[in-house]
Design a protein around this ligand. Structure first.
Ligand code: PLP
Ligand code: COI
Length: 363
């Protein structure tokens, strides 16, 4: 659609959570369980384009049972965080990158693109409205979940003519609880995440639906997270269910799987590539097989490995298990390079270090 972008109307929640109750909920929140008072909503239809933009009380969505998302899963989402700043304000980390990835996902799923300015304003307006929900502690942040789904009432298999875009916000702490110094991974042999030509690079709900059985397999095998191998050769490490992966070698170099179209192009991954290269670290974007990973871990050539993503930040990987047996990595806790990368990233996100790349957007 062309013309001016819709302006957000503000409908305040007339029964927000009381301050004392909110303070209670902000203590050690489990991921994705604590929600704020408001949400952003924008509607799309083929004839009107994007319209009816609102910040309104968080509440349920009425849907016709024939809404096409319920049948054919035309749905995409994003994940980004607002952080509290030392000066008392709040800031977003690379929200423009999320806006671009959201539209890349939209194109893959035959959905309309949302103008970047509208995506950014929906996030800013919601964070401004619900700023009191941003946790102030060291690991805390306000996790923002923009998403869009097909809302046309029609059972025909075609791109929907109507969509709903929404943003909800959740106060979160550390993603992995329990204080373990590292996580354990299960390599699934039975399931793959995405094949060439599929939706692996899109952030669509369907990718997560199909990962759940593999994640359940990981838990059954005593591991925290599943790691997927490539769908063609079943050899090369791709990514975790909700995180990208990096390997660190004894010569101080790093490796991460390349963006071949079957993994999610993580914004944390991209930020780490930039930070590492500026720290003088050699980083290769190359295929890495499970076989090689095992051999390198056992010989000591591989010294560290970590997972990264918005929710998980930078999380050390301590051990890996598959049907062929397991192996451990380094000291099974955050190695020196993992720690260095993590603090370089987190210090920029939280305003404790300069922002040489223009990644921070103050609210
Ligand atoms: N890979 C998958 C499958 C994910 O769900 C995520 C999380 O968003 C990531 C990687 C990391 O992406 P980002 O760093 O943009 O959060
Ligand atoms: C994120 O890090 O934003 C993710 O999407 C991971 C998971 C919570 C789905």
């Amino acid at each position: 659609s062309s013309g001016a972008l819709p302006v957000f109307t503000f409908e305040p929640n007339t029964a927000p959570v009381a301050a004392e109750e909110r303070a209670q909920r902000l203590i050690g929140p489990a991921f994705g369980r604590v929600f704020t008072d408001h949400m952003a909503v924008i509607r799309y239809s083929e004839d009107k384009g994007w319209h009816d933009a609102r910040i309104t009380a968080r509440g349920s969505v009425q849907m016709d049972p024939a809404s096409s998302v319920l049948h054919y899963a035309q749905e995409i989402f994003e994940g980004l965080k607002a952080y509290s700043r030392p000066d008392g304000g709040a800031a977003l980390f690379r929200p423009d990158a999320n806006a671009r990835r959201f539209n890349a996902s939209a194109r893959r799923m035959a959905m309309p693109e949302l103008p970047e300015a509208l995506f950014l304003e929906s996030i800013r307006a919601l964070v401004r409205t619900d700023a009191a929900w941003i946790p102030q502690d060291e690991d805390g942040a306000l996790y923002l979940r923009p998403f869009m789904f097909a809302s046309e009432v029609f059972l025909g298999v075609k791109p929907s003519a109507e969509y709903l875009y929404m943003v909800i916000a959740s106060s979160v702490g550390a993603y992995f609880k329990g204080g373990a110094p590292s996580v354990s991974l299960w390599v699934t042999r039975e399931y793959t995440r995405a094949a060439p030509g599929g939706t692996g690079a899109a952030k669509c709900g369907g990718n997560y639906a199909t990962s759940l059985i593999a994640q359940a397999e990981a838990i059954r095998n005593g591991c925290d997270q599943v790691v997927f191998l490539d769908a063609v050769e079943r050899r090369y490490v791709e990514e975790l269910g909700g995180m990208n992966i990096f390997f660190v070698f004894e010569d101080g170099s790093m490796l991460t799987p390349p963006l071949t179209g079957t993994i999610l192009p993580g914004i944390t991954r991209d930020s780490i590539l930039t930070l590492a290269r500026d720290l003088g670290i050699t980083v290769r974007e190359e295929l890495y097989s499970l076989e090689q990973w095992r051999a390198d871990a056992e010989s000591g050539r591989l010294t560290e490995a970590f997972a990264c993503g918005t929710a998980a930040v930078v999380t050390p990987i301590g051990s890996v298990k598959s049907a062929e047996g397991g192996f451990t990595i380094g000291g099974q806790s955050a190695g020196p390079l993992t720690q260095r990368i993590r603090s370089s990233l987190v210090d920029i996100q939280r305003g404790k270090a300069a922002d040489p790349y223009g990644w921070i957007q103050q609210i």
